[in-house]
Design a binder for this molecule. Structure first.
Ligand code: CP
Ligand code: NVA
Length: 305
């Protein structure tokens, strides 16, 4: 008789969590942050190993996952396609089967979302999306933690998204529905987010072509780079389409008086945001980046314990 294997949970998109689980992770993240500030040592993931596969560059995601594992008593291994057999054509599914034998969780940053899905399909360990062309759910945990810390709750808030309907925008749309806030998107028609996603989340999304309408009474104004990783060859076209969506002080003044500015980083001052805004007093980007560490530690405990 075969023993049924325990159900493995993944975090490939925000909806892999229920709203309650998402909120529970945010609460744990806030607690973990407090513990770290107090110097409390925690070894909940002692002897656990996380494998990380990066097909694209990273500063925050790699550092926060690696430091997070160490701080919880575990360990992280970085497998770059150039120095692993992935670069020599070993199929992603075979890599997944092998890692399932050796480590406790895997984090992937890939060009194609399908690569993460193919990996997860045969995985016996939790799989985390560290960014794909489709979404960036780990960033949303950190962003929501930041807003909860500053506002108390996100339910009913108005968040403005300015720029491309890209992976980050998709994640904001999905999270707006999950956590019940309104996302006001200002975006050129040509770069509108996925139509099906907009339809599915219609009750939580307002789509505008002008930045001013999206920013009106917003509790937060959020943007991202004009050309995402992999889109560099369209840079000139993206720059000309997205120029009217630059986050300026004038736009911040249309938002709520206590509205914050957020950006997943890396940022390009003078492109998607002015220096005055990103380095100004309403910018919370450093807190937001720091929260990647705490939010992902909470996520790792949720998936692994
Ligand atoms: N925001 C974010 O994911 O940053 P990295 O690309 O540096 O990981
Ligand atoms: N949209 C950006 C996010 C970087 C964290 C990209 O995919 O490059």
């Amino acid at each position: 008789m075969s023993i049924p294997s325990p159900v493995v949970r993944h975090f490939i998109d925000e909806t892999d969590l229920t709203a309650n689980e998402f909120r529970q992770i945010l609460d744990s993240a806030i607690e973990l942050k407090k513990e770290r500030q107090q110097g409390v040592i925690r070894d909940s993931l002692r002897n656990k190993t996380l494998a990380m596969i990066f097909e694209k560059a990273s500063t925050r995601t790699r550092t926060s996952f690696e430091a997070g594992m160490v701080q919880l008593g575990g360990h992280a291994i970085n497998l770059s396609p150039t120095d692993s057999q992935l670069g020599r054509g070993e199929p992603i599914a075979d890599t997944s089967r092998v890692l399932s034998e050796m480590v406790d969780a895997a984090m992937l940053r890939t060009h194609s979302h399908k690569t993460i899905e193919d990996f997860a399909h045969v995985s016996r360990i939790p799989v985390i999306n560290g960014l794909s062309d489709r979404s960036h759910p780990c960033q949303l945990l950190a962003d929501m933690q930041t807003l909860v810390e500053l506002r108390g709750d996100i339910k009913g808030a108005r968040i403005a998204w300015l720029g491309s309907g890209n992976n980050m925008c998709n994640s904001y749309i999905t999270t707006a529905r999950l956590l019940d806030f309104t996302l006001t998107i200002a975006c050129p028609k040509e770069l509108a987010p996925d139509n099906q996603l907009l339809t599915d989340c219609a009750a939580h999304v307002e789509l505008y072509e002008d930045a001013e309408s999206a920013c009106k009474s917003a509790d937060a104004v959020v943007t991202d780079v004009w050309a995402s990783m992999g889109e560099e060859k369209y840079s000139n076209r993206l720059h000309s389409l997205l120029k009217p969506y630059q986050v300026t002080q004038a736009l911040m003044n249309i938002a709520s008086p206590d509205a914050v500015f957020m950006h997943c980083l890396p940022a390009h001052r003078g492109e998607e945001v002015t220096e005055e805004v990103i380095d100004g007093k309403r910018s919370v980007v450093w807190r937001e980046a720091g929260n990647r560490l705490h939010a992902q530690k909470a996520l790792l405990e949720f998936l692994l314990l």
